[in-house]
Design a protein around this ligand. Structure first.
Ligand SMILES: NC(=O)c1ccc[n+]([C@@H]2O[C@H](COP(=O)([O-])OP(=O)(O)OC[C@H]3O[C@@H](n4cnc5c(N)ncnc54)[C@H](OP(=O)(O)O)[C@@H]3O)[C@@H](O)[C@H]2O)c1
Length: 289
């Protein structure tokens, strides 16, 4: 078989039209794996018959199986045997162990999509049988409400179909982009960790509302809807945030006084440093395992 033909054959099962006949196994259905699994089921990307999962502890497996209505095992081989797409959601330090456990059930007809931070596709490729396609993805927790941001990048044996299959998975839980693998740690520091930074900003704005006399619930609503509106303006107009900021900042008005306080408190440089540190840490997670 020519290389092109073999790539096509290997793509067929995994990319067997997500939402129609492809089956998924979520390996490590913890916080992020659980969020994705719930969202896929809720949005009808996979039926309950097309999905299964694994966790480490039997009691967790039983509870999750009951709440999701799908088989949840502690046996990775059993789960992988039933799947076309293997969504690997264990902690980076557990990736090698999980791959060793499932290795004998893997083949080039199955697609591995890993969301483990810090773990390059090459690391996974070394631990699985030859030519198994691997896609690395970096989602974030807003996937739970369909507002996630996920970047995907392909490994050595992942072709355009595999990438598209992976992108489609995350497209039902928000937006997704295909990127070069070299950007994945930066993306981890920006959009995967990012919700935590935004929650701190929202918490602070809500506290500020309380300080200026607003009820806490109302202050939280005002802050969150303002953040949602501002983000939507950036996404929908395509205008640069600086330009949109100018439109709010009337000469000698109130906003410029607020902005001066933000500059004095070094909000801008603090956010930049937060992303840089998180991206650096993303490079270290695997090394320290
Ligand atoms: N949290 C985020 O915002 C986020 C965002 C993007 C990417 N990620 C990535 O997602 C991955 C999971 O993070 P998390 O926060 O969801 O962690 P988590 O809640 O600790 O989930 C990990 C899950 O893996 C299970 N597990 C452990 N060993 C296993 C094995 N050998 N086989 C099968 N399952 C096993 C655990 O089972 P038990 O429940 O039984 O212990 C647990 O359910 C990490 O690699 C992280 O980098 C997370």
């Amino acid at each position: 078989m020519t290389q092109a033909k073999s790539k096509k054959a290997s793509a067929s099962a995994a990319s067997r039209e997500v939402g129609k006949s492809a089956r998924i196994a979520v390996i490590g259905a913890g916080k992020m794996g659980g969020i994705l699994l719930q969202a896929f089921l809720k949005r009808g990307l996979f039926t309950r018959e097309q999905a299964c999962a694994t966790v480490q502890h039997p009691e967790k497996a039983a509870a999750l199986s009951k709440s999701l209505g799908i088989p949840v095992y502690t046996d990775n081989v059993k789960a992988v045997r039933q799947a076309d797409i293997v969504l690997l959601c264990v902690k980076p330090q557990v990736v090698r162990t999980a791959l060793a456990q499932m290795r004998r059930a893997l083949s080039p007809a199955k697609l591995i999509v890993s969301i483990a931070a810090s773990v390059p596709t090459s690391y996974i490729e070394e631990s699985v049988p030859a030519r198994v396609p691997v896609v690395r993805a970096m989602p974030n927790t807003p996937c739970l409400v369909g507002k996630g941001m996920t970047a995907v990048s392909g490994g050595l044996h992942a072709n355009a179909d595999h990438l598209e299959t992976a992108r489609k998975l995350f497209e039902v839980v928000g937006r997704s982009v295909i990127v070069d693998g070299k950007h994945m740690d930066a993306i981890t520091g920006l959009s995967a960790s990012g919700p935590a930074y935004i929650y701190i900003i929202l918490e602070s704005l809500a506290e500020a509302g309380v300080k200026v006399g607003l009820p806490r619930d109302m202050a939280t609503l005002l802050s969150a809807q303002t953040a949602l509106g501002a983000a939507s303006m950036v996404l929908e107009t395509g205008d640069h945030p600086a330009l949109l900021k100018e439109a709010v900042t009337t000469p000698a008005g109130c906003t410029i006084d607020g902005i001066l306080e933000l500059e004095d408190g070094k909000l801008r440089v603090t956010l930049i440093k937060a992303v840089v540190k998180a991206a650096q840490r993303a490079k270290e997670l695997l090394i320290q395992s």
